[in-house]
Design a protein around this ligand. Structure first.
Ligand SMILES: Cc1cc2nc3c(=O)[nH]c(=O)nc-3n(C[C@H](O)[C@H](O)[C@H](O)COP(=O)(O)OP(=O)(O)OC[C@H]3O[C@@H](n4cnc5c(N)ncnc54)[C@H](O)[C@@H]3O)c2cc1C
Length: 432
């Protein structure tokens, strides 16, 4: 029997479990351990609440979780309730699938002012992550979103939507209510580089053009010459096409303007005890397409600043760490003998949900090559004894199904569920 512990129940964790099941059949036991009492990582707490079809992928993970040889072990934090060395002593292979839940630091003066939040916190707030339920972001006046990727698009869209546009979404009640009372007139998206260099995908970008009360605005001067579009890859070409369509508007016809400010690098945030404006330096591209400051500065008013500039994996004691890249040091997933990394904890915060699947399958191959038939370790029996001895309250997949049923039952009209946003409420929902 091979005993495998996967730390993290997001896509990378579940794809790894699925791959181990396929590779080893009945001769494997996989424990998927998560610090939250609920599974699925960013599918639940990152993917936008108004993109329910994407969240549907969790049904596939559920099928994996409901087999006899895969267990969900929720409410257990590795590095706190149990150490990596203890896990390595119990399991033949330990796989780090802990994602990249911390924001990359916005390293400019004023970044610590109230009103400045990272996207992990902001997205966690509207998606019901217990760590961020109390965020209370300021929602009156202008907002600035720093970044030109899909997370920045999600944030801008959520800030701009009407209550009716949230029908069918599972945005949590506290965020829904706060956004209903919001008075945001301008959302400025700051990007260091140009329209042809954005990391936004065309489908998500196109959605901005369909919002009821918001108008996306692009300065035509920023757009690349029409005859260079053929040089772009198909995705970029479609995105630039959307931006060209947006460039005709001045925004006077709708109450919220979503302004794309390209070639714009934030250099400071200023305000009297709280964020009031972002100081921005104009950039220009060099021959390699890198954006460099030109020295020309201006300010953009902002009572809310959301930085969407990437994520880092927090270190865990006993795991080699690469501080420069902000993830676990690894050689194509191998970290130490019997210790592996997958998903965002291995590659950093790039790619889609599906990108994590080949990652999980590649690690299962490496585990198969490294551990043979297993080394006669204790696996889950040893874990259960250790956690029970420490009084750790473990949440099983059956418990999660009860929590899910309670969340579905608590849904407000037009919403599939009302997520519980505190650990206590989640734990209490196991015993209806
Ligand atoms: C805001 C946002 C929106 C996104 N939207 C989309 C989208 O629309 N479509 C798409 O394809 N992709 C989207 N993505 C990307 C997608 O979510 C990621 O590719 C994917 O979630 C990465 O999977 P992962 O398993 O590596 O990490 P995660 O999904 O982050 O899972 C990590 C898990 O590890 C757990 N964990 C962390 N530390 C510990 C610890 N010490 N002990 C125990 N457990 C721990 C966490 O609780 C979490 O459950 C989005 C990402 C973000 C941030």
């Amino acid at each position: 029997m091979r005993h495998i512990a996967v730390i993290g129940s997001g896509p990378a964790g579940y794809y790894t479990a699925e791959a181990c099941q396929k590779a080893f059949g009945e001769s494997v036991r996989v424990d998927i351990i998560d610090r939250l009492p609920v599974p699925f990582g960013l599918i639940r707490t990152g993917v936008a609440p108004d993109h329910q079809s994407i969240k549907g992928v969790s049904r596939r993970y559920e099928a994996v979780a409901l087999t006899d040889n895969v267990r969900f072990v929720g409410n257990v934090t590795i590095g706190q309730d149990i150490s990596i060395d203890e896990l390595r002593a119990l399991y033949d292979a330990v796989v780090l699938a802990t994602g990249a839940p911390h924001d990359r630091k916005l390293d400019i003066p004023g970044a610590e002012l109230p009103g400045v939040v990272g996207s992990a916190a902001f997205v966690g707030w509207y998606n019901g992550h217990p760590d961020y339920a109390d965020l209370a972001p300021p929602l009156t006046g202008p907002a600035v979103v720093i970044g030109n990727g899909n997370v920045a698009l999600d944030v801008a869209r959520i800030l701009a939507k009407t209550s009716e546009e949230f029908v069918g979404s599972d945005i949590v009640g506290h965020a829904f209510t706060a956004l209903q009372g919001a008075h945001i007139d301008t959302i400025t998206l700051l990007g260091r580089r140009g329209p042809h260099q954005i990391a936004m995908t065309p489908k998500e970008l196109g959605e901005l053009g369909e919002l009821e009360r918001a108008r996306p605005i692009v300065d035509p001067v920023d757009l690349p010459p029409l005859d260079t579009d053929s040089l772009l890859d198909p995705g970029q070409r479609k995105s630039v096409m959307h931006l060209r369509n947006f460039s005709g508007a001045n925004g006077a016809d709708k109450p919220i303007r979503i302004v794309f400010d390209f070639f714009a690098m934030p250099v400071a945030i200023e305000g009297d005890g709280r964020a009031e404006r972002v100081v921005v330096e104009r950039t220009a591209l060099d021959a390699e397409g890198r954006a460099n400051g030109t020295g020309e500065r201006y300010t953009v008013p902002a009572s809310l600043v959301v930085s969407c500039i990437g994520y880092r994996t927090p270190p865990i004691e006993g795991v080699p760490y690469d501080d420069r890249s902000g993830r676990f040091a690894n050689d194509e997933g191998r970290v130490l003998p019997g210790l592996y990394a997958v998903g965002w904890a291995r590659r950093g915060p790039t790619g889609t949900i599906g990108t994590n699947r080949p990652d999980g399958f590649a690690i299962a191959d490496k585990i198969a090559a490294d551990i043979g038939d297993g080394a006669g370790k204790q696996g889950r029996v040893g874990l259960d004894a250790l956690l029970a001895g420490r009084g750790v309250e473990v949440v099983t997949f059956r418990d999660w199904q009860k929590i899910e049923a309670a969340e579905n039952a608590a849904a407000r009209e037009g919403s599939p569920r009302e997520k519980f946003t505190s650990i206590d409420a989640l734990l209490a929902a196991r015993n209806p």
